[in-house]
Design a protein around this ligand. Structure first.
Ligand SMILES: CC(C)(COP(=O)(O)OP(=O)(O)OC[C@H]1O[C@@H](n2cnc3c(N)ncnc32)[C@H](O)[C@@H]1OP(=O)(O)O)[C@@H](O)C(=O)NCCC(=O)NCCS
Length: 161
C-alpha cells in the first residue's frame, strides 16, 4: 500500500541551505518570472522579523514551499508551491496550514491573498481551503522607479524591466 503523504510531509522553516532546492521547485512549478529574482525574494523573507519561508519535506526531498509574512496588520503568502509530481494529495493544504499556523504564532488573525482572476485552478484551491472573494481591487505601485509591467508603456519608454 502507498504511504499516505498527508501523514508524512514534514514542515519546517526554510534555511539558506535550501535556497537552490526551493528555486528548482519554483521553476518546476512555473512560479519564477524574469522580473523577480527568486534568491533575493527568499533572502529578503528570511532576513525580516515579520516574515519567513517554510518548506515541506517528503522522503528527504523538498516538495512544497511558501514565503509567509505580515505587515503589522495582515498576513500574506507568496510562492505557494507543490512539486507537480506530488499534487492532489493534500500537500498544498498542508503547506498553507503551516503558513497560517506561523501567522497565528505571530499574533496575526487574517491572511489576505492575491490571485490572478484568470487563474481558475488556484482560485479553486483556495476556495477549498476556505478563502473567499473579498470584493476588492488590487492596486500596486513600484517603489524602485522601474516600470510597472501592468501599466502600458508611454511612447518611447522602454518596457523591459
Ligand atoms: C496550487 C497548488 C499549491 C495546489 O497544491 P496541491 O498539493 O495539488 O493541493 P491539495 O492537494 O492540497 O488541494 C487542496 C484542495 O484544493 C483543491 N484543488 C487543488 N488544486 C486544484 C485544481 N487545480 N482545481 C480544482 N481544485 C483544486 C483540491 O481538490 C483540494 O480540495 P479538497 O481538500 O476538497 O480535496 C499546486 O497546484 C501548485 O503548486 N501550483 C503551481 C503554483 C501556483 O500556482 N501557486 C499558487 C499561486 S502563488
Amino acid at each position: 500500500m502507498m504511504p499516505d503523504p498527508r501523514e508524512k510531509m514534514q514542515i519546517r522553516e526554510l534555511t539558506n541551505g535550501d535556497i537552490e532546492s526551493v528555486i528548482s521547485l519554483w521553476t518546476a512549478c512555473g512560479l519564477t518570472r524574469p522580473w523577480n529574482n527568486p534568491r533575493e525574494d527568499i533572502e529578503f523573507a528570511l532576513a525580516g522579523a515579520a516574515s519567513t519561508g517554510l518548506v515541506g519535506v517528503f522522503d528527504g526531498v523538498i516538495v512544497a514551499s511558501v514565503l509567509v509574512g505580515h505587515d503589522g496588520h495582515r498576513g500574506a503568502v507568496y510562492y505557494v508551491s507543490v512539486h507537480p509530481d506530488h499534487r492532489g494529495r493534500g500537500l498544498g493544504g498542508q503547506i498553507m496550514e503551516g503558513a497560517e499556523n506561523w501567522l497565528r504564532s505571530q499574533g496575526v488573525w487574517k491572511l489576505n491573498l492575491l490571485v490572478r482572476q484568470a487563474n481558475d485552478d488556484v482560485l479553486k484551491f483556495y476556495d477549498a481551503l476556505g478563502y473567499s472573494d473579498q470584493a476588492c481591487v488590487a492596486l500596486g505601485k513600484r517603489l524602485d522607479g522601474r516600470p510597472d509591467r501592468h501599466v502600458p508603456a508611454k511612447e518611447g519608454q522602454k518596457t523591459k524591466e
